[in-house]
Design a protein around this ligand. Structure first.
Ligand code: HSE
Length: 437
């Protein structure tokens, strides 16, 4: 059987997982691919990983360019992560006529348009299943399984660290900062957790999902991104009382005005399936005009779950080596010449329901003032809770849910309410989604 030779860049958690999976399932994989697949060379800056490679019969180097320039290699797996030198290495590999498999969502979200352009010119494939939701085969599902559909919306829990934090805050009534520390101790959150807790990691993944769902260019800079750092256990409890769970969602919708691209904490009705995805697990819902709502659930990170997606991509690329590039499934699901230029919407154009929490002086007329401002902005109240002030405090908590209204109207209403003398501090605002509920 023909042998496909693979070069691996990065021998960390996912890289070593890919070696293990390919070795353990070699027979099954060869039967599926119709070829033998061998990782013949690997590079990592950490030379202590040379021993692992020796054990597995893989040639080791600490210079990634040695692998990328190796004429024997057919496919490069990029598992270095980050923007640089990953981008330079991938472009060099493409220039050398190699196919690429990557788990690097930041690279695809920010530099994908350039990388796919270069790959198309060279007639090579760039596969990126592991870049979104780890082991869940969501790229393939959207690109191929749902290709008959006009995708209407995509919504997902696509960051396991954030989901773990929100789940623990709810289950143990803990504060954000304490749970973040716990997540770091358990190895879920990085020492610098910014990308996870500020929603940047989820925004990278949403950029990719939106591109393959609607056939639009990758537009990371258009994603409205809000993290989970300001969510309190008090908000989680009030949301619970109102019948909702708070989840950090990536949401993209096709509307008549354009495409919504947003990542933010979201109140979801408890009966919504996504509202019940807990811990580090990921899940993505995709709604197509023909199929309706579909949901994909699984591990969004981890050595072998992510390696599962990486190895599936290697098999796909190996299977299509003899296929001419025009006949292959387009990397971004739509033929490059048929990309749509439908605009991405500004967050002020987006319409959602809102959860609002504010502290107000406990005296007559205050609620009437708030209601008047909301009514002037066309905001309709759906539910209301008022909590009397504790004995050491003169401010009552007012919590409300509103019906759908534009972010612009809500911004104006919040500004006007915050300027009332009777309102203490800032208003907490969390968007509400029903999806198919
Ligand atoms: N840091 C990501 C998460 C995993 O917490 O989901 C890799 O994409």
């Amino acid at each position: 059987m023909e042998v496909v030779k693979v070069g691996l860049l990065g021998l960390g958690t996912v890289g070593s997982g890919a070696v293990e999976v390919l070795t353990r399932n070699d027979d099954e994989i060869s039967r599926r691919a119709g070829r033998n697949i061998r990782i013949t060379a690997a590079a990592d800056r950490d030379i202590s990983r040379a021993d692992f490679c020796k054990e597995k019969g893989i040639q080791f180097t600490d210079d990634a360019y040695e692998v990328v320039n190796n004429p024997e290699i057919d496919i490069i797996i990029e598992l270095i992560g980050g923007y640089s030198p990953a981008k330079e290495l991938v472009l060099k590999a493409i220039e050398n006529g190699k196919h690429i498999v990557t788990a690097n969502k930041a690279l695809i979200a920010l530099h994908g348009n350039e990388i796919f352009g270069a790959a198309q010119e060279k007639g090579v494939s760039v596969a990126f299943e592991a870049s979104v939701a780890g082991g869940i085969p969501i790229i393939k599902a959207v690109r191929e399984g749902l290709s008959a559909n006009k995708i209407q919306w995509v919504a997902g829990i696509i960051n396991g660290t954030g989901n773990f934090i929100l789940t623990e805050m709810k289950d143990n009534k803990s504060d954000f900062a304490d749970v973040l520390k716990e997540a770091q101790n358990l190895g879920y959150a990085e020492a610098d957790p910014t990308f996870d807790i500020e929603g940047i990691d989820a925004a990278h993944k949403l950029t990719i999902l939106a591109s393959i769902s609607y056939g639009i260019p990758l537009q990371f800079d258009k994603v409205f991104t809000e993290g989970i750092t300001r969510i309190t256990s008090m908000d989680i409890e009030y949301a619970d009382e109102l019948g909702y769970n708070i989840k950090h969602l990536g949401i993209s919708k096709r509307t008549e005005k354009g495409i919504e691209l947003r990542v933010h904490p979201t109140l979801l009705p408890k009966k919504q399936m996504l509202a019940n995805v807990n811990g580090v697990m990921n899940a993505v819902m995709v709604n197509g005009d023909a199929v309706g709502s579909t949901m994909y659930y699984g591990a969004g990170a981890g050595s072998e779950p992510t390696a599962s997606a990486v190895v599936a991509d290697i098999i796909d690329v190996a299977r299509s080596l003899a296929v001419d590039s025009e006949s292959k499934v387009p990397s971004l699901a739509f033929y490059p010449k048929k990309m749509s230029q439908v605009p991405a919407l500004d967050i002020e154009q987006v319409e959602t329901g809102y959860y609002l929490r504010m502290e107000a002086l406990d005296k007559s007329g205050v609620m009437a003032d708030i209601a008047r401002i909301l009514s002037d902005q066309g905001v309709s109240i759906e539910a209301l809770i008022q909590r009397e002030p504790p004995s050491d405090n003169k401010f009552a908590s007012i919590i409300m849910l509103t019906k759908k209204v534009s972010e612009k109207q809500m911004n104006d209403a919040i500004k006007a309410i915050e300027s009332l003398d009777t309102i203490n501090g800032k208003i907490t605002r969390i968007r509400v989604e029903y999806l198919d509920c």
